[in-house]
Write a new protein. Sequence first.
Length: 132
Amino acid sequence: MNTDVQKKFESYPEHIRPKLEHLRQLILDVAASDKSIGELEETLKWGEPAYLTTKTKSGTTIRIDWKPKHPEQYVMYVNCQTMLIDTYRSLFPELTCEGDRAVVFDINQALPENEVQVCISMALKYHLTKNN
């Protein structure tokens, strides 16, 4: 983890940090399990931890964050110019999606790991599959 991202994680409240660390690890695990995704670049975009397929250019950026304005939720963002959120809604109606860019998770509920892993994979392979 680069130092800027590490500082960002350290800035989250203690009860939120493990939730975001878990989501981060899912992103890294999905990427590591699929050679077409390749190694991710971890950085900050708009002050939020971001995961990019810089080497393979296989997918779109995923960002994750928690905001004090909405203390009971944390969020996974994808590019709003994609159809990913519409696809997530149709595949997983149980997920809470916001607009055309975010999947929102309640801090008091377990992360739906299987569904989120599929969503992560779709984002990280978006450029490989968007025309199929």
